[in-house]
Design a protein around this ligand. Sequence first.
Ligand code: SAM
Length: 288
Amino acid sequence: MDLYEETKLIMKQNNIFANKKLGQNFLIDENIVSEIVNSSEITENDLIIEIGPGLGTLTSKLVEKAGKVICIELDQRMINILKNRFKLYNNIEIINEDVLKVNLQELIEKNKKNSNIQKVKIVANLPYYITTPIIMKLLEEKLSIESITVMVQKEVAIRLADKPGGKESGSITYTIWYYTEPEIILNVPSKSFIPEPEVQSAVIKFNVLKQPRIKVENEELFFKIIKSAFMQKRKTLVNALLNSNFFEKREEAEKCLESIGIDKKIRGEKLTLEQYNEITKILDKNLY
Ligand code: SAM
């Protein structure tokens, strides 16, 4: 039986119809499943946190390779299927919860203490409707994780893998580039899922850096400045900084940019991480 037939059968036996609102598109392509698992470089000393395991397609490969797998799934119907499907495995924990509400660091620490787990990796075919909040949570909570390998919408993958200042970059690009080294692993056609999503997909891997890419003293201010620059993307950076009340007077904002060699007409999307850090230092220490 191939993965398509197996998936259809599990759905039929359990009377499952995919819930669009929960972003349910189940993988049915064996090669794509293998690519995700292989690019995650899983060993028996790894704890894998799988977000949205659904019917357990990826999970069935993860439990064979990892020391432990923790599945976080919102849909109670899936929980019943997973519990039944993996009842013979003692290296799996299934949590019925919204991943955005789970205290992941606490979960990681608890598991590291109680076992010989050395590294923690995130693997998922993500529910696309909450891709950004999930990735932001995984990065902003500064989890002790090695990598994040996830399926996302292809257009989103391109933006997430772009460099700051690149033409596809958004404010999330800066967060990603600060904490990780991103790489697109492969493109995935819609026919690799049932039901077929309306968009193309891609697998992207974020290798989490041991230290953030640059040293920023006031991270909160740094990311606030970047976010407000992108919220007003069509405006010049000077106008965005003025509208967000980082500066009271235009001359102050212009002088700040000039002092670090940036054209005062520049838009926020053109700046590097380092240049945002220079602006942060000036604002943080009132040096304008
Ligand atoms: N991993 C399965 C696969 O590849 O076939 C299913 C992937 S499907 C794209 C996304 C899964 O995420 C669904 O099972 C859905 O129920 C689950 N999900 C949706 N929102 C969630 C949330 N907030 N927290 C945890 N899981 C969620």
